[in-house]
Design a protein around this ligand. Structure first.
Ligand code: SF4
Ligand code: SF4
Length: 259
């Protein structure tokens, strides 16, 4: 979000709040639940931006709670100056030992690498797959609202009746809402639910990651799939798109006589 809100015209509202924000990151040893795919999305062990980075040293039991607390910034040090803790001589080794307790694979994994997946998602229309999921989508926008990397908004002008005063306000918007891509003339660039779904997937795995040089703009948190009333999960959509492309490639590679 720092990249997004610093891009082009800087968003001072965001940046001022960000300036006042300190981040305490937690390094999980077990996936949150069956929806998580953070390792596949390259956000497991993600340290960038953290002031304090906490790694549990055991998979917790009632009896054992021990953590490695790494302080990456002066703010992190100030926040913890009253903490009573043992100094640590070998944080790298401790962290390595802690990570060795993780299950493998860690959460769900895509059927192709993230790099390959990004190219596939960008280059393939895969309309039948998006339409398949769109059939049970309410276009409620919940998947956008719960997503930590959805940031789209719209502005609204409200004037007093005498025209002497007014307010311009900003509201969160959601690309899964039917009116998201409707413009002043009334034309809607993405009137179909399947087109909106495809746009959302491409934003997360192709458009924004390429624009901001990130591996992915999806953290793999699994929130959208967890919250969707009809169980639509971006992880499944992405895997289905990749699978359909693999199938096409296999068919093309098949010798003519076998077909
Ligand atoms: S939460 Fe589910 S039903 Fe609602 S817009 Fe997203 S995919 Fe569609
Ligand atoms: S899993 Fe869903 S909610 Fe989480 S970052 Fe990816 S798109 Fe957003």
């Amino acid at each position: 979000m720092d990249s997004v809100f610093s891009d082009g015209v800087k968003d001072m509202h965001y940046l001022q709040r960000r300036e006042q924000t300190r981040i305490i990151a937690f390094n999980c040893l077990t996936p949150c639940d069956d929806h998580c795919f953070c390792e596949a999305a390259h956000s497991l062990d993600f340290e960038a931006g953290a002031d304090i980075f906490i790694t549990p040293l055991f998979i917790h039991t009632e009896a054992e709670h021990q953590y490695l607390v790494e302080l990456f910034t002066i703010d992190g040090e100030q926040l913890t100056h009253t903490l009573i803790a043992d100094p640590c001589d070998n944080p790298i080794e401790l962290k390595k030992q802690a990570k060795s307790l993780r299950p493998e694979p860690f959460g769900r994994q895509f059927i192709t690498s993230l790099e390959q997946l990004s190219e596939t998602i960008h280059s393939q229309d895969a309309n039948d797959i998006y339409e398949h999921y769109a059939q049970r989508c309410f276009s409620c926008g919940t998947c956008n609202l719960v997503c930590p990397t959805c940031y789209c908004f719209e502005t609204q002008d409200d004037f007093s009746l005498d025209g002497n005063s007014g307010e311009k306000t900003r509201h969160w918007d959601a690309c899964m809402n039917p009116g998201f891509a409707q413009v002043a003339s009334g034309h809607n660039f993405r009137a179909e639910s399947a087109a909106r779904q495809r746009h959302r997937v491409r934003r997360k795995f192709a458009y924004l990651s390429q624009r901001f040089s990130e591996d992915s703009f999806c953290t793999g948190c699994g929130r959208c799939g967890r919250q969707c009333t009809t169980g639509i999960d971006i992880f499944d959509i992405v895997n289905d798109v990749c699978q359909s492309i693999n199938t096409v490639h296999q068919e093309q590679a098949q010798p003519e006589a076998e077909k």
